[in-house]
Design a protein. Structure first.
Length: 286
């Protein structure tokens, strides 16, 4: 049963990314032109600031190598459907959020494999195998970027069908997400139980720091609160599902979900526990 779950994990991620794609239109990407300062601030934070903050936290707390790498892997997986949901809830710029998520999902096809290889070589020095850059690039494209593009094509070709069944697609994606998180925690429960406090402390700090940086950097560069809230959410919310799905591929295992997936599993719960109160603080800020 567990082997079957590992086999289906990349497919579940691909489906979740597909649902992200059917929520995107060409108009969403016009935010690059209409809100260039906010857009590039969001890209800069997601691609550079998030991994930097994660690296500083990891180096200052010295968790076990697998956990350290897992936290870095999480920081390399920006965006996802959750950031758009929280942006809507926080009365932010949903179009900007969708634009950032869509563009970064495509950019990650290049950045994600490179960062994974570099972090793996730094933290997983005792691992028996290395990570192939070519293999990771192909897999990231197949299970993240390609499904997003296919979702956009389907949205363009059959908009009425998508409009009718989009809520169903999104509900199924939520079910897959919950199953994935439960599977990771259940598989690694002894390790998770022993390290949940230390992992949780690092992740809570990471979310709070990145949220503060998102607000601070946006206000420093003159963005309004509508866009600033969006940048803060996009800076602090990561795609935990992608990190979990990539974990067995990186570790080249088909027998059990590896320990490097634990930070992403814990984060997938904490991003709501910590994120929602932070969003509530700024929800009515205009």
């Amino acid at each position: 049963m567990e082997n079957l779950a590992l086999t289906l994990l990349p497919l579940a991620l691909a489906y979740i990314m597909f649902t992200l794609g059917i929520g995107l239109t060409v108009n969403d990407f016009r935010q690059v032109v209409t809100h260039p300062k906010a857009f590039f601030m969001g890209i800069f934070n997601q691609m550079l600031i998030v991994p930097t903050v994660a690296f500083i936290l990891v180096m200052s707390t010295s968790p076990p190598p697998a956990i350290a790498f897992g936290i870095m892997l999480l920081s390399f997986c920006p965006g996802g459907t959750t950031s758009g949901l929280l942006t809507h809830y926080g009365k932010g710029n949903v179009a900007l959020s969708l634009s950032l998520t869509g563009v970064v999902s495509l950019v990650s096809m290049v950045s994600l494999p490179l960062l994974i290889v570099l972090a793996y070589g730094h933290f997983m020095t005792d691992a028996p195998q290395s990570v192939s850059m070519t293999k990771m690039s192909l897999l990231v494209f197949l299970i993240t970027a390609l499904p997003v593009l296919l979702g956009m094509v389907v949205r363009h070709k059959v908009p009425n069908f998508v409009s009718k069944f989009r809520k169903l697609f999104e509900r199924l994606a939520t079910v897959f997400f919950v199953i994935i998180v439960i599977a990771v925690i259940a598989t690694n429960f002894p390790a998770f139980k022993g390290q949940v406090l230390s992992i949780g402390a690092i992740l809570v700090a990471m979310i709070a720091i990145l949220f503060a940086i998102g607000i601070g950097s946006s206000r420093l560069f003159g963005l309004n609160w509508y866009d600033s809230k969006t940048i803060a959410i996009e800076s602090s919310i990561q795609n935990g599902t992608a990190a979990i799905a990539l974990s067995p591929i990186i570790m080249n295992t088909s027998e059990a979900l590896p320990e490097i997936a634990l930070p992403a599993a814990a984060y997938s719960v904490l991003m709501y526990v910590v994120g929602i109160p932070l969003v509530l603080l700024l929800r009515n800020k205009t």
